[in-house]
Design a protein around this ligand. Structure first.
Ligand code: BGP
Length: 477
């Protein structure tokens, strides 16, 4: 790895912050047809219905207006001392219809400006190629990632951005939270299902095409710049057994494998042996060619990136599992040892250490935490300040456990706080589920001035990074 400084920073994604959904020649993305509030879950679970419904207000259309305010926002990230910023490139900003003959020059120029701005401050970009942003045109034409032609379109898009940004970007992430295809297939893969078909087959077929596309991107990327570093990206969080009943333990192992499945392929280059039984039991048969297997084998990732918000809890007792609630898209039983966030996500800093050790034991490749954070309903006080002590407490506890995992021997590239500036929530479409060090005056109904205000956690995180820098200076790094 060229980087020897630990990459402290933050993470955002185009679909949740840029807005300007029709500006600069941008085409629509699948996220652009998801409304906010209660209707969002329904829209996400039935893309066909979502495509034919006018919901009126769509939070992604304006986002937090990062498209126009990126200079101000990046200046704030620089003030925080960020060494890295994770962004995503919006595929339909580059190819408005996903597979146009020529890329959209105005879209490319937007990211030229972003990378130039980051370079000005010495901030390393970490770039997700596809973060819940499949072009809507490909969803309409092919039903999303269920069709191999989307792989070709993705690879063309990759070639264009690799050529264009090869001197700016080292760290690429091929597909955000690749395991999301099994949980929220509309958002993760733009999947449109046909009446009466076996959904599991469609999901695993789409998953296979995403895995192939990811390997294809790595192949193309390494030809263009051998210094590129490629990561897969997992929505992580260990699944614990509810009791020491071996059946519960077995069930937790099975659920963990549902997620590891993807990373097993991306890190090792072949389908894990247990996948045969999963496919058999689900009655899934998918198209995997000899060429696909070769491509997967020859193009494994350099590092394992992941998001971590919470651990999960499962049981083999199906009746008990009726009490499970969906946190971060994953159903979990309530863990009596853990507090929950206001959105019901279990807060488990030690779970981060467990997850990191589990991933490192399994793959022995460097890890990269590219999302961690607390969604909370911050209030602006009468004096205009925001006292988000709960966020400081959450992050502090997770950073402590992250350091413990590093002492355990885990190799870690960096730590990026999700939604370092408030942005639209992916699952709920709310603005009120805030993660940032920087408050954005934008409300759930689309009102607000978009003004940026530093929260209390801003100074705290700035100190965390500054102290680490002093330590590195002392060591002469
Ligand atoms: C991850 C996504 C992000 C982000 C985060 C928080 O699943 O990669 O895009 O949104 O979760 O989730 P939410 O926005 O639903 O609170």
């Amino acid at each position: 790895m060229k980087q020897n400084k630990f990459l402290w920073g933050g993470a955002i994604a185009a679909n949740q912050c840029e807005g300007a959904w029709k500006e600069g020649g941008k085409g629509a993305s699948v996220i652009d047809i998801f409304p906010a509030g209660k209707q969002r879950f329904r829209a996400m679970s039935d893309l066909r219905e979502a495509m034919n419904t006018d919901y009126g207000y769509y939070p992604s259309h304006e986002g937090i207006d990062f498209y126009h305010r990126y200079k101000e926002d990046i200046a704030l990230f620089a003030e925080l001392g960020f060494r890295a910023l994770r962004i995503s490139i919006s595929w339909p900003r580059i190819f408005p219809n996903g597979e146009d003959e020529y890329p959209n020059e105005e879209g490319l120029r937007f990211y030229d400006r972003i990378f130039a701005e980051l370079k000005r401050y010495g901030i390393e970009p970490v770039v997700t190629i596809n973060h819940f942003d499949t072009p809507l045109a490909l969803v309409k034409k092919y039903g999303g990632w269920r069709d191999r032609r989307v792989v070709e379109a993705y690879e063309r898009y990759c070639r264009v951005i690799f050529e264009r940004y090869k001197d700016y970007v080292t760290y690429w992430i091929t597909i955000n939270e690749i395991n999301m295809v099994l949980h929220i297939p509309s958002m993760g893969a733009g999947l449109v299902f046909e009446e009466g078909e076996k959904e599991a087959s469609v999901k695993y077929q789409a998953a296979h095409y995403q895995l192939v596309a990811s390997a294809g991107a790595i192949k193309i990327g390494r030809e263009i710049n051998p210094d590129f570093q490629f990561g897969c990206m997992l929505a992580a969080g260990e699944v614990y057994p509810n009791t020491c009943n071996p059946n519960d333990v077995l069930e937790s192992q099975r659920k963990n494998r549902d997620n590891y499945f993807f990373i097993d392929v991306q890190a090792r280059g072949y389908y894990p042996s247990y996948s045969r039984r999963i496919f058999e039991e689900l009655g899934v048969s998918i198209d995997i060619t000899k060429e696909d297997r070769k491509l997967l084998a020859e193009n494994t990732v350099d590092y394992i990136s992941f998001s971590y918000y919470s651990s999960r809890l499962t049981s083999a007792d199906q009746d008990l599992m009726k009490e499970a609630t969906a946190g971060n898209a994953f159903a979990s039983l309530p863990n009596p040892y853990l507090q929950k966030s206001a959105w019901g996500w279990a807060i488990d800093p030690v779970g981060l250490r467990i997850t990191m050790n589990a991933l490192y034991d399994r793959y022995q490749k460097p890890l990269f935490i590219v999302e961690n954070g607390l969604g909370a309903a911050d209030q602006v006080l009468d004096d205009g300040t925001i006292a988000d002590d709960y966020r400081i407490e959450y992050l502090k506890a997770h950073i402590e456990q992250m350091k413990e995992a590093m002492k355990d021997g885990v190799e870690l590239i960096g730590y990026l706080v999700w939604g370092c500036i408030d942005l639209v929530s992916a699952s709920t479409g709310e603005m009120s589920k805030r993660y940032g060090f920087i408050y954005v005056d934008r409300q759930d109904d689309g009102t607000g001035t978009m003004k940026r205000i530093k929260k209390k956690s801003f100074e705290w995180y700035k100190d965390v990074i500054a102290q680490d820098l002093e330590m590195l200076d002392e060591r002469g790094i």
